[in-house]
Ligand binder design. Structure first.
Ligand SMILES: Cc1ncc(C[n+]2csc(CCOP(=O)(O)OP(=O)(O)O)c2C)c(N)n1
Ligand SMILES: [Mg+2]
Length: 336
């Protein structure tokens, strides 16, 4: 793909830096999981980073995102402190959710990150509701809602898309189609494989994009975000990508549902290496520049691990905190 004129050399390098940060952060998560520093479920997005990095590069800082349990890279790229993300994974009090949410429930309202959701597709109506709220209150924010291709067969997906199209809501639905829902391929679970086609039922704009190409994702989501921001209209984007690891850290990389050859073939499209090669062929960065970026992000990841490891666990009394929410914000009714 040609380099879009709108991106400066620095902006290209920044995109590559974010891809590298996501990759190095999650490689370290895998190590920390093996060392039992991280417990519970842990789903890595290694191989899929171009979707979140490309999509988020089109946002303003106060825009909102919702995502599934495969959420570490999304949170960091949207602005969460990597140390607080790692601390959450470690179950520490300094974590984004005070160690009570864990890997699947990263939440950082200050950066517009409204979860981290473990129930497949459950956040699609929530994202639709927040898009409704921004429109209702005439606020300029848009919402990006990320989910896997297995979520498009649940009822809430269809109910949400119908309402978003009917009420013209500023929501961009981004399907991270990595071809598998745990060990079930899309061919075994879905009547149609062309996920973007689902938008036709709701007369909604849609695009299919190569989710292993960060610039292609950026362009596609950029169009959708502009449509949402200027005309308050939703879009469904299918980003075709691939996860290089197992479904979660407790699953094998290949399992019985895909072959080693398939994984190796997909790794040839590694979005991080591919973008580096693209930039290096254009003279934007060389091997030494890549090594410097890698050193920079490794320092950030090292510091995140140190911070998490040195942080205290939440006190036992925290079990009783945040169970019920206090009423707040513009919807709070005055108490009698
Ligand atoms: C409602 C619901 N049903 C089943 C599960 C168990 N489950 C966890 S992840 C997953 C697969 C989801 O696949 P996909 O949406 O493609 O996302 P990916 O893991 O590939 O990112 C399933 C079935 C769940 N969490 N929620
Ligand atoms: Mg999937």
């Amino acid at each position: 793909m040609d380099r879009p004129a709108t991106l400066s050399k620095e902006a290209h390098v920044e995109l590559l830096r974010k891809l590298l940060l996501g990759r190095r952060f999650e490689e370290r998560c895998a190590e920390m999981y093996a060392l039992q520093k991280i417990g519970g479920f842990c789903h890595l997005a290694i191989g899929q980073e171009a979707v979140s990095v490309g999509a988020m590069s089109t946002l303003e800082p106060d825009d909102y995102i919702f995502c599934s349990y495969r959420d570490h890279v999304h949170a960091i790229v949207k602005g969460s402190d990597p140390g607080r993300v790692m601390a959450e994974l470690f179950g520490r009090d300094t974590g984004l959710s005070h160690g009570k949410g864990g890997s699947m429930h990263l939440f950082d309202a200050d950066h517009g990150i409204l979860g981290g959701h473990a129930i497949v597709g459950a956040h699609i109506p929530l994202a639709t509701g927040v898009a409704f709220a921004t429109k209702y209150e005439s606020r300029p924010q848009v919402v990006l809602c990320f989910f896997g291709e297995a979520a498009v067969n649940i009822g809430a997906f269809h109910e949400s898309l119908n309402m978003a199209a009917l009420w013209k809501l500023p929501c961009v639905y981004i399907v991270e189609n990595n071809r598998y829902g745990m060990g079930t391929s899309i061919e075994r679970a879905s009547a149609i494989y062309d996920v973007a086609q689902r938008a036709c039922a709701y007369d909604m704009a849609s695009e299919t994009v190569d989710g292993m190409d960060v610039l292609a994702v950026r362009e596609s989501v950029g169009r959708a975000v502009a449509l949402a921001r200027r005309e308050s209209k939703p879009t469904l984007i299918e980003a075709r990508c691939y996860r290089f690891m197992g479904h979660s850290m407790s699953d094998p990389v290949h399992g019985h549902y895909r072959t080693k050859e398939e994984v190796e073939e997909q790794k040839l499209k590694d979005p991080v290496r591919r973008y580096f090669q693209q930039l290096s062929s254009q003279g934007i960065i060389d091997q030494a520049g890549l090594e410097q970026l890698n050193a920079e992000v490794r320092t950030i990841v090292d510091a995140a691990v140190e911070f998490a490891d040195a942080s205290p666990e939440p006190p036992a009394s925290a079990l009783y905190e945040d169970v019920y929410s206090e009423p707040y914000g513009p919807y709070t009714r005055s108490q009698p």
